[in-house]
Design a protein around this ligand. Sequence first.
Ligand code: ATP
Ligand code: MG
Length: 573
Amino acid sequence: MKWSKLMIQTLREDPGDAEIDSHKLMVRAGLMKKAAGGLYTYLPLGMRVLNKVQRIVREEMDRAGAQEIVMPILQPAELWKTSGRWESMGPGMFRLKDRGAHDYALSPTAEEMVTDLVKGVVSSYRQLPVTVYQIQWKFRDEIRPRFGLMRSKEFLMKDAYSFDVSLDAADASYMAMFEAYKRVFERCGLKAYPVEADTGDIGGKFSHEFHVLADSGEDGIAFCGGCGYAANLEKAERKVGNGEQGTGNGEAMETIPTPGAKTIDEVSKFMGVPGSAFVKSLVYLADGKPVMVCVPGDRDVNEVKLRHFLDAKKVELADFETVLRATGANAGSVGPVKPADASLRIVCDQELRGAKGCIVGANRDDHHIRNVDLSRDAKIADADYADLVVVRDGDVCAKCGKPLAIRRGIEVGHVFKLGTKYTDAFKAVYKNDSLEERTMVMGCYGIGVSRTVQAVIEQSHDANGIVWPASVSPFQVCICLLDPDNADAAQVAAKLESELEAKGIDVIVDDRQERPGVKFKDADLIGFTVRVVVGAKGLAAGGVEVKRRCDDKSATRVVPPADAAEAVASLLA
Ligand code: ATP
Ligand code: MG
């Protein structure tokens, strides 16, 4: 490929709306162009990378025994109504009508359609297990599309679905995908960690996310250096003893005015005691019903854990009228001791079990109570103590007792054991060997293909630009032809290009009428894995320069033109 023929535009300046390096670099290197908010066009170089990632995904899916299909993006509402997700997906799902006023969704995922499909094809245990996959555009009306391909409204996903005769059998399908995912990310040059995850809206019992660690990651992940436990913060657990909170000796409660101090920070400054001496009390609505949630003053409520514990579809902070009605005070002055509504359910983080000598809101505006002994002074059912907080750096691993460290991660893939949530809804059954009907057991598995492209950049770049791993580099080799008008140089470059192509290596020749500095800057910005410099001066001195993008200048080798192809191939190996 000749650079002079390529549709490409590289930029010296960062795009104004890009917050993270990989987004800036995708645009500056001419891999993609913004079409509208959360929507991007893949330019020729970006498309090459996307295709290479897709090829790796396909090969690993096929190797794991999954079979490729492609399902419609435009999906009738009836399918989504069958599972109940027409309602529960809410505004995150794009919806539209055809001319006959029938409702449709633009597929954000495809459990419904695939279950309906397999139900119609599979009838006997002899046809199971089966795993199908597609690489297809997905649409989600994200609250905050940002970071380029990381969170866009339209993105390319590989989604796979397994169908098995039983939960036990489904484990094998899950593990096959789990192993395939490890290989996919490794082959893309990514270091991706499997972490235990919550199952979110898709439902199901058990899941792992694959995360690429990066400061710009939107997810927090707890890692244990001791036993290797790794979990998304939505799910991560810690070990606690009882009554770690407070140090009281049974003194009587005392109400004190705390004028104007609302947050734990403000009250703790006002009273001159650390935040950990407080009980943070928040009123939530769980499927519309008020409940007070108490956690140690220096901790945050984990709403995912709370939702699971309350077995609710939705939890959200209560509006101020509800807070006032339930407690008798406004947020900031509420607490577990005698709320206005005596029947208000109070749930507590397990660390507060047996806590004494704490400070709580008095359920009276601008007042707090100290010397509170929760078991003495508040009405909390024993079963309402549970793990309800977000773990933090230094917490104790629930599995092995060593400290947890918190890192940021980008979710590039997700594997779920779904169970029978969708096969029940669609009555997707098979006949066993006694001809009895049984429900199929499902798994589902996603890879953010377009997000993966950008995650590679986020993990592999420097101050000058992208540093592509060979497997997904838009071209593995860039030949910078410094003197395109010099017949010798042009001929050496052309010969090397065809020798490399004969070895199955893809090459771009920068044959533009540009200064060497411009060519080097662009080659570094785009980040082709290997750079070869061919110029009249160098040839006169005996050779061409060969260097990997990831090496510094000192690693540059000068080789005779005849040995260049071999030298490049060994650098790529
Ligand atoms: P997230 O938590 O990041 O919103 P998710 O858990 O909702 O993602 P899944 O339903 O598990 O996403 O989708 C499978 C994969 O698709 C994710 O692991 C991620 O890599 C990718 N993905 C999800 N949403 C987007 C998006 N808006 N833009 C790009 N990729 C996405
Ligand atoms: Mg996910």
